[in-house]
Write a protein that binds this ligand. Structure first.
Ligand SMILES: CC(C)(COP(=O)(O)OP(=O)(O)OC[C@H]1O[C@@H](n2cnc3c(N)ncnc32)[C@H](O)[C@@H]1OP(=O)(O)O)[C@@H](O)C(=O)NCCC(=O)NCCS
Length: 173
């Protein structure tokens, strides 16, 4: 059975261990998506996925980390949200580990995010995708997000990247 819920502290620690282990493998999707693609330095990503960073994020009132778990044990994917304004929340990350892709788990993670944000009275969920991230963009479009903005910016690690901002308007039904 697959369940999606807010990560416990031990869940966040397990997630960090899994991400850091996957990053050690240069052929892994996590390495390709996070390090190779935008030329992000590995040290930067390691810090972003460290236990300390993720635990601090999870403890912050504005951030929520969700885990998709199989039988309450194996981590299949995760999502991280950050409240940006009173009525706007950013989907900062959504990742389904490649061996579990295309089984509806990303959609299940997103459904939980949407349900929680609706309950909080959030009006819109935004998410940024790299312009060339076709898979992620299809996923957002399939899930009713609309592209609202495109910006080319200099990333903190120096490269120029073009991001497309998607928005999902929430109705309070
Ligand atoms: C994007 C991502 C989260 C989707 O998760 P998922 O569990 O595979 O998605 P779902 O099975 O719920 O897919 C829902 C729909 O999205 C679209 N979609 C998902 N993955 C796709 C792909 N690789 N290519 C084209 N369309 C895709 C399809 O329309 C799909 O419906 P279908 O399978 O009936 O055709 C996952 O592919 C992923 O983790 N990618 C790497 C990380 C990433 O890019 N994250 C987003 C930026 S942080």
């Amino acid at each position: 059975m697959i369940t999606v819920s807010e990560a416990t502290k031990s869940g966040v620690r397990a997630l960090s261990r899994k991400l850091l282990k996957l990053l050690e493998d240069k052929s892994s999707q996590i390495y390709q998506d996070n390090v190779a693609k935008f030329g992000i330095p590995k040290e930067y990503v390691k810090k972003a996925f460290s236990e300390k960073t993720l635990l601090e994020a999870a403890a912050s009132a504005k951030t929520t980390i969700y885990l998709a778990l199989e039988n309450r044990c194996e981590i299949l994917g995760f999502a991280q949200t950050i409240q940006r304004e009173a009525d706007t929340t950013e989907l900062d990350r959504i990742v389904v580990f490649p061996e579990y892709a295309r089984k509806g788990i990303g959609t299940q993670l997103l459904a939980k995010v949407v349900k929680d944000e609706k309950r909080k009275g959030t009006k819109a969920i935004i998410v940024n995708a790299g312009k060339g991230e076709t898979h992620a963009r299809r996923f957002y479009e399939k899930n009713s997000f609309a592209a609202v903005k495109e910006v080319t910016m200099e990333a903190p690690w120096g490269n120029k990247i073009t991001l497309v901002t998607y928005q999902l308007q929430l109705n309070s039904d």
